[in-house]
Design a protein around this ligand. Sequence first.
Ligand SMILES: Cc1cc2nc3c(=O)[nH]c(=O)nc-3n(C[C@H](O)[C@H](O)[C@H](O)COP(=O)(O)OP(=O)(O)OC[C@H]3O[C@@H](n4cnc5c(N)ncnc54)[C@H](O)[C@@H]3O)c2cc1C
Length: 387
Amino acid sequence: MSKLFPAYRASWETDQHRELRKHAAEFLSKEATPHQERWARQHQVDREFWNKLGNAGLLGLDLPERFGGTGGDFGYSAVVAEELALAHDSSSGWIVHSPIVAHYINTYGTEEQKQRWMPSIISGDAVLAIAMTEPGTGSDLQAVRTTAVRDGSHYLINGSKTFISNGTHCDLLVIVAKTDPSQGAAGTSLIVAETDDRLVGFERGRVLEKVGQHGQDTRELFFTDMRVPAQNLLGDKEGLGFYQLMEQLARERLIIAAVCAGMAEAAVLEAIRYTKQREAFGRPLIKFQHNRFELAELKAETLSIKTTVDYCIQHYIDGNNDPATASMAKLIAADKAVDIVDRCVQFFGGYGYMMEYPIARAYAAARVNKIYGGTSEIMKEIISRSL
Ligand SMILES: Cc1cc2nc3c(=O)[nH]c(=O)nc-3n(C[C@H](O)[C@H](O)[C@H](O)COP(=O)(O)OP(=O)(O)OC[C@H]3O[C@@H](n4cnc5c(N)ncnc54)[C@H](O)[C@@H]3O)c2cc1C
């Protein structure tokens, strides 16, 4: 149940979603919120956090029961995405692992691949990452230069990737590579590398110093004649990668939108709490009409994000995997969340600029939502194709 809008219920939200929300909130308040500053200092979550997520049933929410998942709909992931933000988490790579990369394997993997990987994905024994972005290209995925050349029963992979979330912890890495560099989109394939210490030619580069999300292990990755079994190709033939990316990116954008809705709500709740308790000129900050009006506006704008995002989630749950709708959710939610978090910082004065305050960490973490998962400009490009 939303603390800011107690009567709010998304059209897709069932009693099961509500129970999950409660369970996730309890788990995160104990296992994620208290560790944020330490995780930020060490630039990664504790490895055992992944198994704790798995043991709590939070890694296989919309994945098949036969592999240990819950078998729920997309709303299960959306609920946890929101709760992560409401728990002031900016460290966990959960959104990359569970609602995003696991679905590449579940959707395009062969039965053998799924039997091999899905149980450990759901238990947290294997952490997932996806490597699309390269130093020379991000938005234009057709231009990736990493190559995967067939060599007997293996692919020989060469190239470099950057900004890869879960780059330290990942055990399974979905790599976007050109199996036919003479082609653009049609020469692109997705190949899963099992990135343990025995994988020759695989190198984890530096952990990147980001503006926010300091607890996230975001890294460069390098592949030098890295041999990956040909049977780790996703899909029954080469050249399907671009299509697979386009199909899955809608899901990624909706999840980021759900996180943004949670971030906006969390920031407004923090601001209300703080302005009731902090005094200036002999009265609580919330007693000043300017602050009440600003909070009123922020609350209304947060509701507008939630309803937009939930409309788009309902559309997706109804079976419409439509890129423009998912892009509208991300465009609006990211732009508004960045603005709302910024305006909430103001109520905290100097404390809003101190990283020990969740509102400051949220401010630093929010900005990237307009960049990753496809930039706001790319969202407009996609939406414009539906005009
Ligand atoms: C914290 C973080 C985590 C990330 N995690 C991952 C990850 O796990 N895996 C992964 O593969 N990537 C990841 N990324 C990369 C992210 O997806 C890219 O940064 C993003 O897609 C943009 O690519 P780029 O940085 O190369 O920018 P560019 O593509 O170079 O874009 C630069 C600017 O040009 C604009 N632009 C580009 N094309 C157009 C156009 N056609 N019309 C108008 N404007 C345009 C963009 O909107 C942007 O403003 C992550 C990034 C960050 C910051």
